[in-house]
Design a protein around this ligand. Structure first.
Ligand code: HEM
Length: 334
């Protein structure tokens, strides 16, 4: 009888416990109340001053956080730098446009935290808090962030492909990426409202504004507002020679986190083809219209979706660590 009971414990009960206690179950906003009680204050002070001196930080951090979470979970794998043995996520083509200021904000906050409470706060928690603070600094909603994430033990360039949406994808392809991470069409639309801030480089929408559908060089996507399309053609005229040229995602209120992104779509002022497509697809258009008409609903749903995003694929002590430096694993490995 006794050996049977042991076998039952070993093969049935223990694996079940290991499955239900995922990293996210251990998260709580009070995680550091004893070990680093000032964590929120320190992160907030550092990133606020960073945003004041470098206003591209906030939108960059929001995109960085999204890319980190969608590739293998919110585990700061996007912060690792490549070395001779390993090409990290950060060096995937889609991540090369993430601005250095966003990474720098996290590194600065982590440096201050290492002085106040060494070896305690993970880089993934710093990124989650920094993103929340920066979104609210731009006028967006403030939401509580559960803490206790551990940092990844791996970061591979090859893991990125297929996990992040691209502007030339169909709505079906985009929704299928979101759905594979557990997000509904409504949550995907709410999260994409992040395009109410920040920039896009010309190459991301060049096919909409030059030689559209094989037409003449000046022909543009007819779903674009004509004056907007012409202004974009002008702004991007040198984009092949100067790949740094970028324009605001939200041409009306570029630095403000509001619901203007959704209002823009109805006026042909959506910058990326994927943005404009959200208005015409029946699975997403009801939510675009809802958020265009009601900023409170957008803020409520965006905050809830960000909270859901921030616990995606979270690592625990079992499969993660608290990095000493956000750009390197504690032990050098391939
Ligand atoms: C619908 C799927 C999405 C697509 C196809 C997409 C694609 C893009 C592209 C191509 C850019 C321009 C990057 C550049 O040229 O520097 C961009 C910028 C941005 N994206 Fe998305 N994105 C999507 C969803 C999201 C989501 C869910 C978030 C956040 C929750 C987000 C946050 C941002 C931000 C804040 C920027 C501006 C970054 C900056 O100014 O540095 N995006 N996105």
């Amino acid at each position: 009888m006794v050996p049977m009971r042991r076998l039952f414990l070993l093969f049935v009960v223990l694996p079940f416990i290991a499955v239900v206690v995922s990293g996210a179950d251990n998260l709580t906003p009070r995680y550091y109340r004893r070990t680093c009680p000032k964590v929120e204050q320190i992160v907030s002070e550092v990133v606020t001053s960073k945003q004041i001196t470098s206003p591209t930080t906030a939108a960059g951090a929001l995109r960085l956080f999204f890319h980190d979470c969608f590739v293998g979970g919110c585990d700061a794998s996007m912060l690792i730098t490549s070395n001779a043995f390993n090409q990290a996520e950060r060096d995937a083509e889609i991540n090369l446009s993430l601005p250095g200021d966003a990474f720098d904000a996290v590194v600065r906050a982590k440096t201050q935290l290492e002085l106040a409470c060494p070896g305690v706060v993970s880089c993934s928690d710093v990124l989650a808090l920094a993103t929340r603070d920066l979104v609210s600094m731009l006028g967006g909603p403030f939401y509580s962030v559960a803490l206790g994430r551990k940092d990844s033990l791996a970061s591979h360039l090859r893991s990125v492909e297929g996990n992040l949406p691209r502007p030339n994808m169909t709505v079906s392809q985009i929704l299928s990426i979101f759905s594979s991470k557990g997000f509904t069409a409504q949550e995907a639309v709410a999260l994409t409202g992040a395009h109410t801030v920040g920039f896009s480089h010309c190459k991301e929408y060049a096919s909409r504004i030059y030689g559209y559908n094989g037409g003449s060089q000046s022909s543009y996507d007819p779903s674009l507002n004509p004056r907007y399309a012409q202004a974009l053609q002008k702004a991007c005229a040198n984009y092949r020679r100067d790949s740094t040229i970028a324009t605001f995602n939200d041409v009306m209120t570029p630095g403000k986190f509001d619901n203007m992104y959704f209002q823009n779509l109805a006026r042909g002022l959506g910058l990326l083809a994927s943005d404009q497509a959200l208005l015409s697809d029946p699975r997403t258009s009801p939510f675009v219209r809802l958020y265009a008409a009601n900023q409170t609903a957008f803020f409520h749903d965006f905050a809830a979706a960000m909270q859901k995003l921030s616990i995606l694929g979270v690592k625990s002590r079992r499969n993660g660590e608290v990095r000493r430096r956000c750009d390197q694993f504690n032990t050098i490995s391939a």
